[in-house]
Design a protein around this ligand. Structure first.
Ligand code: GLC
Length: 522
């Protein structure tokens, strides 16, 4: 095994481009803004960036509705800016991963405009047209079919009606999609995050999904015909061959409502390198459940260790992303950072590639919006039962100046009012901040192979505490966390344990409330 493989041993940082840094004062983040903050990311110590979409888009799903796969939306910059971004990330030893949203296009993509123009257009079959809808539901609510009066047929869309699903059964479509991979790899891109990849293929007969108990339309069906079709595997094989024709390229899939067993079945030397398992988050937008206690956390980790180990697949760890309430908003009370410290420790010390969501390193909280301010389509549709995903997409908080140093103009989403106190500059200056803790953990991961590649060995602890070893030939690291407000003494395994990192500077084996200790066996 190679000693350092960036996507396995490194840490990936997700940037939502419209909210990271605005270079031209239009209130929207852009590529030049990201370039201006690369030194910050290099200093933090991440290894790769996953860029959420920056392609031309009518913004019906804020970039996840793409009208041209091979260009940059002028609001975010130009292809020349993109080339500069590649060069500047690489110059700092950082890799770049793009978000490919290939299950659907925007209804403004030229492919769909052609397809909908007439029944005999050569691209008609590039999308899924039927005279009658089946019972499928869009995951953002309502029927998954939209009637198009021009040609008198319905087209399929698993998300908004402005996101028509592409017909992956058509070989020309598959060829065109592989060309998209090729286009970006030729520009130097190191990898891809594949949006809802396991929904690409639909059952050819489009049969009705069988019913099941659930609270809303989408959840009242077993999704056996609209996702996870067997044709996915040969496509992944073909994609992997293409990726492997370039050095060290990577693909991680966003598994959409898949079981852990299904998730690992998509990974391997001739398939995806990795697929998200979302062990600590909820895929259910409307009725998410986020338990948070050491017992539940350990159960999740052990379950995933078993599934991923048995399949020989390398796991990923995700606590937050652009679709979920932020970790700090899920688990913390007010501005207290004890729980975000614990979540960051798990993220960076469990076995698997960590994905940090921008701002997670300073404990960014979700913003709260009034109904009239909501932008996210499912939020608009389902308010107040579900308020959408705008909350976790607010501007990065760089400093305490107007608009948090994100922009000189009013940003597209409001800045969290806590920015005066919670921002990068203030946390950089505070040795005990979450930012500095994250930075230290990232440095330790770089230095200590056991933290990157070591086996995961759970330890017995009193309830309220969590502890495990990460162990590799000749090296053992012990991670201990106190999830609550009590003091704990616990028995360390035999040997001389030296403190690598502690949040309250107590001695090995004694944990103050909410303390985290990393110890190494000498
Ligand atoms: C994925 C994305 C989400 C998007 C959806 C449709 O789940 O993460 O943001 O809305 O796909 O593209």
């Amino acid at each position: 095994m190679k000693d350092f493989l960036w996507w396995r041993d490194g840490v990936i940082y997700q940037i939502y481009p419209r909210s990271f840094a605005d270079s031209n004062g239009d209130g929207l983040g852009d590529l030049a803004g990201i370039i201006s903050r690369l030194d910050y990311l290099a200093d933090l110590g991440i290894d790769a960036i996953w860029l959420s979409p920056f392609y031309p888009t009518p913004d019906k799903d804020f970039g996840y509705d793409i009208s041209n796969y091979v260009d940059v939306d002028p609001r975010f910059g130009t292809l020349a800016d993109f080339d500069r971004l590649v060069a500047e990330t690489h110059r700092r030893g950082i890799r770049l991963i793009l978000d490919l949203v290939l299950n659907h296009t925007s209804d403004q993509h030229s492919w769909f405009l052609e397809s909908r123009s007439s029944r005999d257009n050569p691209k008609r079959d590039w999308f899924i047209w039927r005279d009658q809808p089946n019972n499928w539901q869009a995951s953002f609510g309502g029927q998954a079919w939209e009637y198009d009066p021009v040609t008198g047929q319905y087209y399929l869309h698993l998300f908004t009606k402005e996101q028509p699903d592409v017909n992956w059964r058509n070989p020309d479509v598959r060829k065109a999609q592989l060309d998209v991979f090729r286009f970006w790899m030729e520009r130097g891109v190191d990898g891809f995050r594949l949006d809802v990849f396991n929904a690409y293929f639909k059952h050819p007969g489009l049969p009705d999904n069988p019913p099941k108990f659930g609270l809303r339309g989408f959840d009242r069906q077993r999704h056996i015909y609209d996702i996870d079709q067997p044709e996915m595997i040969p496509f992944l094989n073909e994609m992997r061959l293409l990726l492997d024709s370039y050095p060290e390229r990577y693909a991680v899939g966003e598994t959409y409502f898949a079981t852990p067993q299904k998730t690992v079945s998509y990974c391997g030397p001739d398939k995806l390198h990795a697929a998200f398992s979302f062990d600590f988050t909820s895929m259910d937008l409307f009725y998410p459940v986020y338990p948070w206690n050491p017992c539940w956390v350990m159960e999740q980790v052990i379950k995933r260790e078993q599934t991923f180990n048995a399949a020989g697949v390398w796991p990923t760890t995700v606590m937050s992303n652009h679709d979920l309430p932020r970790t700090a908003s899920r688990y913390a009370r007010g501005e207290n950072d004890s729980q975000p410290f614990l979540a960051m420790s798990l993220l960076l010390t469990l076995r698997g590639t960590p994905f940090i969501y921008y701002g997670e390193e300073i404990g960014l909280r979700d913003i709260h919006l009034r109904h009239s301010e909501i932008l996210d389509p499912p939020g608009k549709k389902y308010w107040p039962i579900y308020k959408g995903r705008d909350g976790c997409r607010s501007p990065m908080q760089w400093n305490d100046s107007t608009f948090a140093g994100f922009s000189t103009a009013k940003p597209w989403l409001p800045v969290h009012p806590n920015y005066i106190r919670r921002n990068v500059a203030s946390q950089q200056a505070d040795p005990d901040s979450l930012f500095n803790f994250t930075k230290k953990l990232l440095a330790l991961r770089k230095e200590i192979p056991a933290l990157r590649r070591g086996d995961f060995i759970p330890l017995e602890t009193p309830p309220g505490m969590l502890a495990y070893l990460r162990q590799i030939e000749g090296q053992s690291v012990l991670v201990a966390m106190n999830f609550g407000g009590r003091n704990f003494k616990f028995t360390l395994p035999d040997g001389n344990w030296r403190v690598l990192l502690t949040t309250t500077k107590d001695s090995p084996g004694t944990l103050n409330p909410y303390e985290i200790q990393l110890l190494i066996l000498e």
